[in-house]
Structure formats: C-alpha cells, structure tokens
Design a protein. Sequence first.
Length: 221
Amino acid sequence: MSYLIDIYDDQYNYIGTEDNKKAHRLGLWHCVFTCQFFNGERNTVFFQKKYPGRYDFERPNYVDITVGGHYKAGENICDGIRELYEETSLTENDVCFSDLIPLGIRQTAATIAPEYIANEFQHLFLYNFRGELKDLVFENEETSGFVEVEVTDVIELLTGKKDEIESKEAFWVDGNVVVTDATMTLKDFIPSYLKIDEFALRMMIAVERAQNGYDKEKLFW
C-alpha cells in the first residue's frame, strides 16, 4: 500500500514528503516506530512473524521486533503507537503511548532488496506486556503470529553461547490461535540485526536491564 511519509536528510532535517515505496526505492531518509515487547514477570521477550507475502520482494520468515512500521506524513512520534494497534490484538484501552519506555533513536542504513533501501531513523521503545503470548494474535494482513522466548536465552544465542534455544509460537490458523513449541537459531534473525551495531543484541540487553529495574531514564538501545 502506498502512502506519503515525511522525508529527512541524513542529519534529521525535515525536507518534505514522498510516497513510501519511492522513498525506499531511492533510499530516502524517513522515520519508523519500533517497539520491543517483554514480560517482566516471566523474563521473556516477544517477536513478530510477518504475514506471508507482506513485502514486494522475497523475504524469509524471520522473527522481527514485536511491532514496527512507518510514520505517515504529518504524524508525531507518539502517533507511532498506531502500529501497535494494527499489528497486535491490543487496543487503546490496553496500552497508551505513556506506557512505553523510550530508548532513543537508531540511525540505520541497509539495502534489503534492490528496490528496498531502508535508510531510517528508528524511534525505539520497550513495552512490558503482562498478558499471554496467545493474547497478541489476531487475524490481520500484517502479522501471522508471535514468538515468546526467555531473554537470557536470546542473549546467549546472539553471543554464541548457545546454538539453539526453545521458544513458544502462536499463530492464527483457520479462525483459531494455535500455540506450539519451537526452537530458534541465528538463522531466524534478520541478518542486518546481527551485524555492525548488533541491533538485536543491544535491544535484548536493554530489555534485560528494564526487567532488572534499571533506571528508565538511563535506558538506551
């Protein structure tokens, strides 16, 4: 789906607006909302699985940050919570922007496909989701389901201390939520999240610190 997004230069100075698909084709800088869910009581994190065919290019069925997407032209940073309502079963009655823990901005540049260049200012947040894995899943055209796994296991996987970790998966199948046991390896992660700034690992460390009562004012990705 095409829509207008705000465009910036690489110093985060506003330039104007452009169609989102053209922005990716040309590698124009823009903003995205990114929110990592965790459960502080179970010491777990949640990953998203995309709905099949969600992209115009071939993409393996990677696990991804719980919620994420583009800001539309004219939206404020707090408006990004719209993505949370679109990609999970949660509503405005369940969570509001003030419930999120801000982690700052990540400036990232990655060529995902020849026609999809992601030059982005990622506005990063954490959210302590106290519900069950199955409660996130609903029928929609953006996400097929979610994965829950212990954050310490993910960190050990990402640092090479484990080759495989156990997880739970919940998917929408024929009108029902199906929960199954599964495993994860490094091959399940988006490759660019494992390189250069090690984004996946940094986010997991931020989650672990949040779970351990680290001062929220000092949390960064």
